[in-house]
Design a protein around this ligand. Sequence first.
Ligand SMILES: [Zn+2]
Length: 193
Amino acid sequence: MLIRKLFKFENAHIVRNCSTRRCSENIHGHSYKVEVIIESNYLDNGQMVYDFGLTKLYIKDIIDSFDHAITLWSSDSKEYIDAMKRYSNRWITLPVSPSAEQFSRIFFLIIEKILHLSTLQNGEREVSLNSIIVHETETGYAQCFHKDAHSQLMGAIKLEDIEFSPQVQKEWSNSDIWKEILNNTPLKMPKSV
Ligand SMILES: [Zn+2]
């Protein structure tokens, strides 16, 4: 069975080298919608696949990092990156360009890891991430499955190459969340939230 939770955020970017010049040459924003699609063949004690309340602990904080922030590609020009950081407290640097496709791969890798590290307490079984859908506009989206997130053809992504600005980190409910994820620290999920 598949279940789906929707998250929203407002984010600015430039997508270098894309065919549409409005996108590749201008800083602009989108109202993003991210669908997290979770899968299991089993139900937990509450007869649910996965209680959405649990997504508030880590998944929500990570996705919310991108809200009212600018997303930068680490291979962009130093001049541009430095200027953006000078005028924005909330920024994220990615090792890939912030296209909807790469956003969906990034979110897949992070959320897959969060689910993997989560010690579930309410009888959830074999809960896995089916896919991530990132809507950049009302009419277009990118959907990432496991094979896409880990595709060498699309380029391997290392989570340690993602950087969140100090202001973004300060606004997390748990300031160590990224450290815990990178260090494979088991994430304790409470029985109730
Ligand atoms: Zn755009």
